[in-house]
Write a protein that binds this ligand. Structure first.
Ligand code: B12
Length: 237
């Protein structure tokens, strides 16, 4: 093979990229283990390291912290750990998010691509995934109104009308609270304003079938896909 200067640079570039990728994967494993071991000090130290090293923080959030907290959920489901451990895991994840979120926002687009109202539905206090999605949408140029968790469907609709939102995002992590997502769509229909808003759903139990049943406009199971979905909905307007 002819080794040109350009080929050589490409080769070095891809080797460096592979090394960076391997370092991120190793860090993600360490982060996930720290969460599973409920080691707050280590988890926060690794979050700070990821920030200091200028790593892709969304990847660290999704594949490091996200993987760890989902494993905690599985362990709880299997009866391997109990509610206090589940709660401690959730707290550690939230503490880490407090450190990471300002940095995720750092490279925010400055223009306003549209307005999004996002909330976790009434009866459901799971806020981590919804907050990540809201943060990523805001970092991608959307004006995001995050109403928090445990928010009644009526309040979500009221807020969407008041801020003249284009998109309403509703999160549900519990199978028992998913019905509230459909309620948001139903209220919009009852008020005769369904076509004014795109409604997107999210949360671990949400599926394409559920979105169809609710007659919502889409769903995403990661923050990256949520941004793609909202971009698509805006481009189809
Ligand atoms: C952390 C956690 C908690 C924390 C929540 C802390 C907080 N402030 O959020 C605490 C300890 C408080 C908690 C409490 C409970 N929990 Co909990 N919890 C979890 C756990 C382990 C992780 C959830 C999480 O944060 N994941 C990480 C984030 C990044 O992922 P995510 O939420 O899925 O979000 C991503 C996507 O879904 C999507 N997305 C999310 N929202 C949205 C919104 C939109 C619009 C879009 C487009 C996309 C999108 O993008 C996000 C980013 O990647 C899950 C297990 C699991 N596998 O999900 C159980 C889990 C959800 N909990 C469960 C249960 C049962 C409970 C409790 C009822 C326990 C109890 N007996 O008290 C209570 C709920 C009380 C209530 N009324 O809400 C069950 C639910 C079972 C079910 N089928 O309904 C799960 C699945 C655990 C299990 N395996 O059984 N929990």
């Amino acid at each position: 093979m002819l080794i040109t200067k350009q080929n050589k640079i490409k080769c070095i570039d891809s080797r460096v990229l592979d090394e960076i990728q391997m370092a991120i994967e190793k860090l993600n494993v360490e982060i996930s283990e720290a969460i599973v071991n409920l080691d707050k000090e280590k988890a926060l130290e690794l979050a700070n390291r990821a920030i200091a090293d200028g790593l892709n923080l969304l990847e660290v959030v999704e594949h490091g912290f996200g993987a760890g907290i989902r494993k905690i959920g599985d362990l709880w489901d299997e009866g391997e750990i109990f509610l206090p451990e589940l709660m401690l895991g959730g707290n550690i994840m939230q503490e880490a998010m407090k450190l990471l979120i300002p940095h995720l926002k750092e490279h925010s687009e400055t223009f306003n691509r549209g307005t999004v109202v996002i909330a976790t539905i009434e009866g459901d206090i799971h806020s981590i995934g919804k907050t990540i999605v809201g943060t990523m949408l805001s970092a991608n140029g959307y004006d995001v109104h995050d109403l928090g968790a445990d928010v009644p469907a009526e309040k979500i609709v009221k807020e969407a009308i008041s801020v003249n939102a284009n998109v309403i995002g509703v999160s549900a992590l519990l199978t028992t609270t998913m019905a509230g997502q459909k309620k948001v769509v139903d209220i919009l229909k009852d008020k005769g304003i369904r076509s004014k808003f795109k409604v997107i759903l999210g949360g671990a139990p949400v599926s394409r079938k559920w979105v169809e049943e609710c007659e919502a406009d889409g769903y995403a199971d990661s923050a990256v896909d949520a941004v793609k979905l909202v971009n698509e909905l805006f481009s189809n307007k």
